[in-house]
Design a protein around this ligand. Structure first.
Ligand code: PMP
Ligand code: GLN
Length: 382
């Protein structure tokens, strides 16, 4: 968890947001929206505070939110989830990931993830005492090689941790990749943990929850969060659904991490999950248009731009502009043109940097005038 010089280091998101704040640059680094989400959701939290939802809620989450999560899984994916036994509300997806890995992974156990991976995965596997095994997703299509995926599994594999839609690449993993993951998890008796926080933020390719695949449900922990779908990243309300034995094990850890979470936000998220389908598709369509806006701007500025299927981020290669090292580029970018991005190297292990060095992740979950301004600033690079 220490930086290269052995001292405690902030995450790349904290580092780049601090840089944006210090320089006044447009922050396309850390992924958070600069607009509030659905009014009904915000108002429901205000109302809940007025109604007195201000003390510790139940440890597994208030019954109404657990019911809304189960309804959501049935309505969108046809999954049958027991709200009383198979749902756990957490402090964002981050706590769901932490409690799951701490509950399941013993020293020496292996955890497989694709690489690049969301920074918390590497840190949490280490906190749990596990060994992190990675399977590369390489530019420009960011799909895994099947032989490499198969070779990553062994008798020591405890967890295969999947993330779709994927941060930072935006790839929606195709069903055939997910099917291979399930087949291998069955063969090696591993638990599938799937981080689907961007489940509603897809552009054209539909999101397929891995738990819907044959053989998956009984060994899968599905994780999501209200932060992305409802633009409430600061509320930190997430959840997981899994078979009872897994929920029990994870709850045992969760109760000593945060005990319970955000009582007024829980009824608000329940209201959000019950919003009409058009609200969800509208959120995705707005985001898709923002992606086009920023991707066009990056292309005009001279970057090679890779196409995400969903999520908040687009990856751009700075090599055509003459920049070989994306970290150096990102540190200099606020001073040069007043924009902040994140080097993809932050999502890749130090010994696996080859192939990712010149790639930058930019967030497009920002208001259109902000993206237009950023595009105009980036055009000044050439
Ligand atoms: N997983 C992924 C892939 C993410 O991108 C993020 C945050 N942006 C999280 C988990 C953390 O979500 P939360 O803020 O709900 O803890
Ligand atoms: N998940 C967000 C991102 O990828 C940020 C979350 C964080 O700051 N840890 O940018």
């Amino acid at each position: 968890l220490l930086g290269p010089d052995g001292v405690p280091a902030p995450t790349v998101f904290a580092e780049m947001s601090a840089l944006a704040a210090a320089t006044g640059a447009i922050n396309l680094g850390q992924g958070f929206p600069d607009e509030d989400g659905p009014r009904e959701v915000l108002e429901a939290a205000v109302q809940a505070i007025r109604d007195g939802a201000n003390q510790y809620p139940p440890g597994r989450g208030i019954p109404d939110l657990r019911a809304a999560i189960a309804e959501h899984q049935a309505r969108w994916y046809g999954l049958d989830v027991d709200p009383d036994r198979e749902v756990l509300v957490t402090a964002g997806a981050t706590e769901a990931l932490a409690a799951t890995l701490l509950a399941l992974v013993e020293p020496g156990d292996e955890v497989i993830t694709f690489e690049p991976f969301y920074d918390a995965y590497g840190a949490l596997v280490r906190l749990a005492g596990g060994t992190h095994v990675t399977v590369p997703l390489t530019a420009p299509d960011f799909l895994p090689d099947e032989t490499t995926l198969r070779a990553a599994f062994s008798d020591r594999t405890r967890v295969v941790l999947v993330n779709t839609p994927h941060n930072p690449t935006g790839r929606v993993l195709p069903p055939e990749v997910l099917r291979t993951v399930v087949e291998l998890a069955e063969q090696y008796d591993a638990v599938v943990v799937t981080d689907e926080v961007y489940e509603h933020l897809t552009f054209a390719t539909p999101h397929v929850p891995i738990a819907t695949l044959p053989g998956a449900r009984d060994r899968t922990v599905t994780i999501s969060s209200a932060g992305k779908t409802f633009s409430t990243t600061g509320w930190k309300i997430g959840w997981l659904t899994a078979p009872l034995a897994l929920v029990d094990a994870i709850t045992t850890v969760k109760q000593f991490l945060t005990f319970v979470n955000g009582s007024p936000f829980q009824p608000a998220v329940a209201a959000g999950l019950r919003l009409p389908t058009e609200v969800f598709t509208g959120i995705a369509a707005t985001l898709a248009a923002k992606h086009e806006l920023l991707a066009d701007g990056l292309r005009r500025a001279g970057f090679d731009v890779m196409r995400p299927d969903g999520g908040y981020f687009v990856i751009a290669d700075a090599a055509p502009l003459g920049f070989a090292d994306a970290r150096e580029f990102c540190l200099a970018l606020p001073g040069r043109v007043g924009v902040v991005g994140v080097p993809v190297s932050a999502f890749v292990r130090p010994d696996h940097q080859s192939g990712y060095r010149s790639l930058v992740r930019f967030a497009f979950c920002k208001q259109r005038p902000v993206l237009e301004d950023a595009a105009a600033r980036l055009a000044a690079l050439t």
